[in-house]
Design a protein around this ligand. Structure first.
Ligand code: RUQ
Ligand code: CUA
Length: 659
């Protein structure tokens, strides 16, 4: 009795004190209020970080602000985006060209920011296409996809696009092993063990321009490469790939690829590979893949087919690759900021193995091998092992790092994030996620210099977190404050597509380099009209080229006659505005593709094949001024063979009404 009364009195005293102080400190609600404050970015204020999030099966990448979780932009990458005309305008279509022709969709799983000296530099962000294997580079000066390169000899480009510490290479490992492109693929599927190969691609990145070039590939045993990360600092020059299905099953993988106690992390000495390539040891092998580059001056993509690739066979160069046994179907393969520790996350394992780069090197020097796997030396588990994190949780997937020697691992099955210390491998904290977390992101969390402060969990299942919109409920991210000893959940925010990996960096690394003025004089598009005086309509056989300009708030020309059935009309619209926030839109009734969203200073082309005789309106789709709704025009379509002359005008008075 006495003690209950005592507690009530203490509670009343606390509440009274709470009301008197400006910020109550001891109440449960006060902690919540504090959490909300941490994620609150006041109207008009900027976020501290950009968060580049993969869109999974949306094929796109999105930019969010952190800590607010506000969605800022969806950057079209591998999927067509009618909102921005990506994949619909004549200029952007070549960007989605592949050896299979035009491919309008893909599955983007991982984002990776470029680095210099192992630190995020804010220049480019890379993304992978899983389905039709490709790597894209997005230029953060313009938040636009600047380049896409296809990967030959690959299928299911999952362990990608991870980079070396000076962005020397973007590296990509194939998830599906398949027969090499230059061999006969018309073979029985159950000859997997003999005929299927896994290829790792090393794409060189130009230091100045970011231009990508598939430098070489390493042909490896037919397994599934899942994820990868480069070494850094002392382990610079090495790359680590998790592999599963070392059973080499070709059916019912959920059972057949879970047979072995241990699969592998494959360590690749890419500096050695470079030496072999320089020494002319790479085999020129015929193939066919697309390399698509965006030209800033013509605002057009150019697609080129490449016919050859240099290949090193892992079996011929025994000092190139080594297998490190790793418990139970490893997924994430992460390297800590010092470059010494390599963390493998076995999806079905009850512990987390941490390997030591130093031990790995002496194991190689002393030949502490445990047999050979398809021509590749297997290191003894204990010889490479630094230690194991015991009983961390169920279903470890991915690990990110802070700047204080801690690791954060996601657990899909037990729906939690576990913080542990890299040195003593002790679990320090755990927090639930809602629910079934996949990837994690700490700003700079896979670099030599993590920025710490926040951790974002990307969850696969949302269940009851938001207003339901089913079937299919919103995908979700959760933001944790990791600045203290204990992780604290401060925000849930819904995401676009299904996010896998994401990266984040301080906004200050990106904003100073952004292009804000797009000069019309620098427009080298062959169909540009750099002023209204250059606006015209030209017929070439059944092709009609409309050189059109747009400026607030009219098109020139805005009346066109003499178009006939059977014509192909190309609207080349030049946006005469030069400031970065003034695009104009363009749409014409009945067009079978999408709108154009023409960026300042640029020319963009919509192809239109009229399907009926009559009058077709066109208009600007982007609210650009108070008179945006006046920004419109007409095209007259006449029957094939009609003799209505080609005529175009802007501002021409109407004909007098004949009474
Ligand atoms: S994945 S949820 Cu496609 Cu990176 Cu691990
Ligand atoms: Cu231009 Cu609205």
């Amino acid at each position: 009795m006495k003690s209950i009364l005592f507690h009530i009195l203490v509670a009343i005293a606390a509440i009274t004190l709470g009301f008197m102080a400006c910020k109550p400190k001891n109440l449960g609600t006060a902690v919540t209020g504090d959490a909300a404050n941490k994620a609150y970015v006041a109207p008009g204020q900027y976020d501290e970080f950009y968060n580049f999030v993969s869109g999974g099966f949306s094929g796109q990448m999105s930019a969010y602000g952190l800590p607010s979780g506000r969605l800022l932009r969806v950057i079209p990458v591998f999927s067509v985006d009618p909102e921005k005309g990506w994949g619909y305008s004549e200029e952007t279509r070549p960007m989605l060209n592949t050896s299979h022709g035009f491919v309008p969709w893909d599955d983007l799983h991982h984002t990776e920011l470029s680095q210099t000296n192992g630190e995020v530099d804010g220049r480019w962000v890379f993304g992978n296409a899983n389905n039709t294997p490709r790597v894209a580079r997005i230029d953060l000066k313009t938040f636009r996809t600047a380049e896409i390169i296809e990967l030959p000899n690959s299928a299911g480009n999952h362990s990608s696009p991870f980079i070396t510490e000076n962005t020397e290479y973007v590296v990509a490992g194939t998830r599906f092993s398949v027969p090499a492109d230059n061999t006969n693929g018309d073979i029985a599927i159950n000859t997997y063990k003999e005929n299927f190969k896994g290829h790792l691609s090393f794409i060189a990145v130009d230091k100045e321009t970011g231009g990508m070039n598939l430098s070489f590939q390493i042909q490896c045993p037919g397994v599934n490469f899942d994820l990868s990360h480069s070494g850094k600092g002392p382990s610079h020059g090495w790359f680590f790939f998790s592999c599963y299905n070392t059973e080499q099953a070709n059916t019912l993988l959920e059972v057949n690829a879970s047979q072995k106690d241990k699969d592998f992390i494959m360590a690749v000495n890419w500096k050695k590979a470079e030496e072999y390539i320089k020494a002319g040891k790479g085999k020129k092998t015929p193939t066919n893949y697309a390399h698509n580059v965006w030209d800033e001056k013509t605002h057009s993509g150019k697609s080129e087919m490449v016919k050859e690739v240099l290949i090193l066979d892992s079996r011929e160069f025994p000092d190139l690759c080594y297998m490190i046994p790793c418990p139970k179907s490893p997924h994430g393969c992460d390297v800590d900021p010092t470059g010494e520790y390599i963390v493998g996350s076995g999806k079905l394992a009850a512990l987390i193995p941490v390997f030591s780069f130093t031990k790995l090197q002496s194991a190689i020097a002393n030949k502490e091998f445990d047999g050979v796997y398809d021509g590749i030396n297997v290191i003894k588990y204990e010889s490479a092992l630094y230690g194991e994190v015991a009983k961390p949780g169920l279903g470890p997937l991915h690990t990110e790092f802070d700047a204080n020697g801690n690791a954060y691992t996601s657990f899909f099955v037990s729906s939690e994030v576990v913080k542990w210390n890299i040195k003593d491998l002790k679990v320090l904290d755990r927090v639930p996620t809602y629910y079934s977390v996949g990837h994690l992101c700490v700003p700079g969390g896979d670099s030599r210099k993590p920025f710490g402060k926040y951790l974002i969990a990307y969850n696969k299942i949302t269940k009851d977190r938001y207003l339901p919109t089913g079937p299919e409920l919103s995908q979700s991210a959760q933001l944790y404050d990791i600045s203290g000893d204990k992780m604290q959940l401060i925000l849930d925010f819904p995401t676009i597509g299904e996010p896998h990996y994401a990266q984040a960096c301080p906004a200050g690394l990106v904003t100073p380099n952004q292009v804000k003025i797009f000069k019309i004089e620098e427009n080298n598009h062959p169909y540009a009209a750099k002023g209204e005086g250059e606006a015209k309509v030209v017929r070439e056989g059944n092709k009609v080229h409309v050189y059109m300009t747009s400026i607030r708030s009219h098109f020139a020309p805005d009346n066109i006659e003499g178009v006939k059935m059977g014509d192909e009309v190309y609207f080349h619209v030049t946006n005469l505005e030069q400031d970065w926030d003034v695009p104009h839109g363009f749409a014409v009734k009945g067009a079978s593709n999408a709108e154009l969203l023409i960026m300042p200073g640029e020319t963009t082309t919509l192809k239109w094949a009229p399907d009926k005789v009559g009058i077709f309106p066109m208009y600007c789709t982007d609210f650009c001024s108070a008179l945006h709704q006046e920004m419109q025009g007409y095209i007259r379509v006449s029957p094939a063979g009609s003799n209505v002359p080609l005529k175009f005008s802007v501002g021409e008075p109407s004909a007098e009404a004949t009474q």
